[in-house]
Design a protein. Structure first.
Lengths: 369, 376
């Protein structure tokens, strides 16, 4: 029976290839969708992760950076610096805003840095000045390429024009690229003199960041302090939660599509081999064995399609980075497990489709002309 | 050939239904993605257009409504109202916040309004009229199980939910509404009090033009005469926000649509391949009867096109059902699967995919030997 199953499966290699490719396409679509959300979510926390501060301090009641507003009076910078275990405090001003260039708009985290202090600045330099000066901005290289911006070009942030002084790498995402300007320029743009948004705190070597965060909250009034890991996890979870339902629904749609496609190919095989099945039944092969064979075919198609989808996705990550650098794509273990389980369920459900056909085959037809 | 294809379809109705359903599923998936894109753009436009006014005044240089920060000086309102052609102004403020309950966190956009610019539709309860009240969108209410009368806490300030709004969301973010008295109370009573200087009190002014006044001319006059402000027509502001959405969603969704089209072509190719393979003997008879390979290819293409056309209505129904399911599960999304441009485009794409897919077994068809008809 196993031989018959395998022979059947490869009896029409082009058809099998088309089937596997179509089902793999449905799985790849799900992996792509989830990969884009994961990629964007990873980029959303790039600023927090890549600046590698030990503790982040913000307004009380605020626990995020993505789509959040935080203002802390600037006198609190010294108060935080005085807390035991703090080695350095780097304040930033922050604005979540659209930035304009060449008649188009993009979402951006706009970060205001203290003049000449690159601690919270770009972590990867891609040309021009490494830090912003008065009236200038450091923009992501991918954004600059997309907007056709060169050094000296103009970007508009919250209604004010800035000259592009340099480019940063690894700071672009569709949802939130990172643009750096000086803190005084951003304060002027935001009319927020005397405030900062967040403070990046470096702990003295050997100091536990969680304990330090607790001390800062105890000793400085009306602030919230989170370790880098906590702060990053909170922003990441927001980004993931925003896309959670749609990812599940796309998985459902892709899965349903895969069920129909796999079901069709197994059904076709059964339909074309009714006479052979009748002979088998006449020779005593049970329905159960035939049904196990169709399930095996469906499982084989599902497994091949899943592996092809993973291969496609593995190739797509670097390819997308090269061909469409605007799109951040990432493959997560959770996505692979979920799609793998979907492939298994798809195969089992698809194998139900031809059951009626198998049961309806009459052994007597083997002896009829 | 077409009659033969039709008879063949009727001969195996189960198989035909499965093929049509599979193609319909591919089309539905394309329509859902197109509807998602169209709905997202509509939400972005509506976020501005539902605030009313003939002209919208923002901070000088600000050309977007959402995802940007606009702060107008308090005296701007008086300056705008003094301009000939202005019959009234309605202040608006916008601020971003994160609502958190348990392990769930959702970004929200709080729109503060006075006498106009509030929620366009209320599902239950009423708009916020009393101090400390807030109306939240169905998308947020559904996720957290909120109803009118419940408490909603932002920055340790407890609001009372006065009503649940309908369709007030954009960029995957639900809106919330409150009046200016509540905003002031929130600023002073919550944890932001010590740093209040940096928070917006006036972001935009929705301006009503006097009867007979051209809004475009009025916008120009306001921009020219009011310092630190810029006037823009709501439809232009809406288009700017849509442009922002296109930059965000366009490349991603287009990539996914491209992939969906590829799946569609492969699926139809698979069906026609299977159809040709299972009818080799019948097709051999036709060749023996004098039909040319070209006739047979034409017939197969026509059959594939017929399947694609037959799949459009169930595909559309499936898409409508899926869109309703998505909006029910996650009301923050709007899926406009009935958008005419997307519908027409998908129907045309279905036909093109059918033709491309039908060419998959071309080599097999061209090599079809009439002698097949006489072989066992």
């Amino acid at each position: 029976m196993l031989n018959w199953t395998l022979r059947e499966l490869i009896s029409a290699p082009q058809q099998l290839l088309a089937s596997v490719a179509a089902v793999a396409g449905a799985f790849a679509l799900v992996l792509f969708f989830e990969g884009i959300f994961a990629g964007e979510s990873e980029q959303i926390v790039a600023l927090i992760e890549r600046t590698e501060g030990d503790v982040w301090v913000m307004q009380k009641g605020v626990g995020n950076m993505h789509m959040a507003t935080s203002f802390v009076s600037d006198w609190k910078i010294d108060a935080v610096a005085d807390v035991e275990g703090v080695e350095k405090v780097t304040p930033i001003l922050y604005l979540n805003s659209a930035i304009e260039a060449g008649g188009r708009s993009w979402f951006s985290f706009v970060v205001g840095l203290e003049a000449g202090d690159g601690r919270a600045g770009p972590w990867k330099h891609a040309g021009g000045a490494p830090l912003p000066g008065p009236g200038t901005a450091i923009v992501p290289d991918i954004f600059a390429a997309d907007a056709g911006l060169a050094i000296g070009g103009t970007v508009r942030i919250a209604g004010r024009d800035f000259a592009v002084a340099g480019f940063s790498a690894d700071t672009f995402s569709m949802a939130n690229s990172i643009t750096y300007v000086t803190m005084s320029d951003l304060a002027d743009t935001m009319s927020s003199i005397g405030s900062v948004s967040y403070m990046l705190v470096d702990a003295t070597p050997g100091v536990d960041p969680a304990a330090l965060a607790g001390r800062i909250m105890d000793q400085v009034e009306n602030v919230n302090a989170l370790t880098r890991a906590e702060f990053s996890a909170r922003d990441y979870s927001i980004a993931v939660q925003m896309g959670l339902e749609i990812v599940w629904i796309m998985t459902l749609i892709g899965g349903a599509l895969a069920v129909l496609l796999t079901g069709f190919i197994v059904y076709s095989h059964i339909s074309e081999r009714e006479r052979e099945l009748a002979v088998m039944k006449a020779l005593g092969v049970r329905n159960r064995a035939i049904y196990a064979s169709t399930m095996l075919q469906a499982l084989a198609i599902g497994a091949m399609a899943f592996l092809l989808a993973v291969a496609l996705m593995t190739a797509a990550v670097p390819l997308t980075e090269w061909l469409m650098p605007k799109v951040s794509l990432a493959m997560t273990g959770a996505a692979l497990i979920r799609t793998g389980v979907t492939a298994l369920i798809v195969s089992l459900v698809a194998s139900i489709i031809p059951v009626r056909r198998v049961l309806s085959v009459d052994p007597v037809t083997a002896f009829q002309q | 050939m077409i009659r033969l294809a039709w008879k063949n379809a009727l001969l195996r109705p189960g198989r035909t239904v499965l093929i049509v359903l599979s193609v319909a599923a591919v089309l539905a998936e394309i329509l859902v993605l197109e509807g998602f894109l169209a709905g997202s753009y509509t939400q972005l436009r509506q976020a501005v257009l539902r605030r009313g006014g003939d002209v919208m005044v923002a901070q000088a240089g600000v050309t977007n409504f959402l995802a940007t920060r606009s702060i107008l000086p308090q005296q701007t309102r008086a300056a705008v109202e003094a301009i000939p052609g202005v019959s009234g102004t309605h202040p608006l403020a916008a601020l971003a916040a994160i609502y958190e309950a348990g392990d769930l966190r959702t970004p929200i956009i709080v729109l503060v309004y006075d006498d106009a610019g509030g929620p366009a539709g209320i599902m239950s309860g009423r708009p916020p009229t009393e101090d400390g009240e807030i109306a939240v969108d169905h998308a947020l209410a559904e996720r957290y199980g909120l109803v009118p009368g419940d408490t909603l806490t932002l920055s340790d300030y407890d609001f009372t939910i006065s009503g649940i709004t309908r369709g007030e969301a954009a960029l995957f973010t639900p809106f919330a509404f409150m009046n200016f008295d509540t905003l002031i109370e929130f600023y002073f009573d919550s944890d932001v009090a010590s740093d209040i200087a940096a928070f917006p009190l006036l972001s935009f002014l929705a301006v009503d033009a006097a009867p007979g006044t051209d809004p475009a001319e009025l916008a120009e006059r306001i921009t020219a005469q009011v310092a630190d402000a810029q006037a823009i027509l709501p439809k232009d502001l809406a288009l700017n926000d849509e442009g922002l959405g296109r930059e965000l969603l366009g490349p991603i969704l287009n990539l996914l649509l491209g992939l969906s089209y590829g799946i569609g072509a492969m699926a139809i190719g698979m069906f026609t391949f299977a159809a040709v393979r299972s009818r080799r003997k019948t097709l051999g008879v036709l060749r023996a009867l004098g039909f040319t390979a070209r006739d047979i290819v034409t017939g197969i293409v026509a059959e594939a096109v017929a399947i694609a056309v037959a799949a459009i209505p169930p595909g559309l129904l499936l898409a409508i059902g899926l869109a309703a399911l998505i909006e029910w599960v996650a009301p923050v999304y709007l899926l406009q699967v009935m958008e005419p441009r997307a519908l027409l485009q998908t129907a045309l794409v279905a036909v093109v995919l059918a033709v491309l897919g039908a060419l998959a077994p071309l080599r097999m068809l061209m090599r079809l030997d009439p002698a097949t008809a006489f072989r066992e």
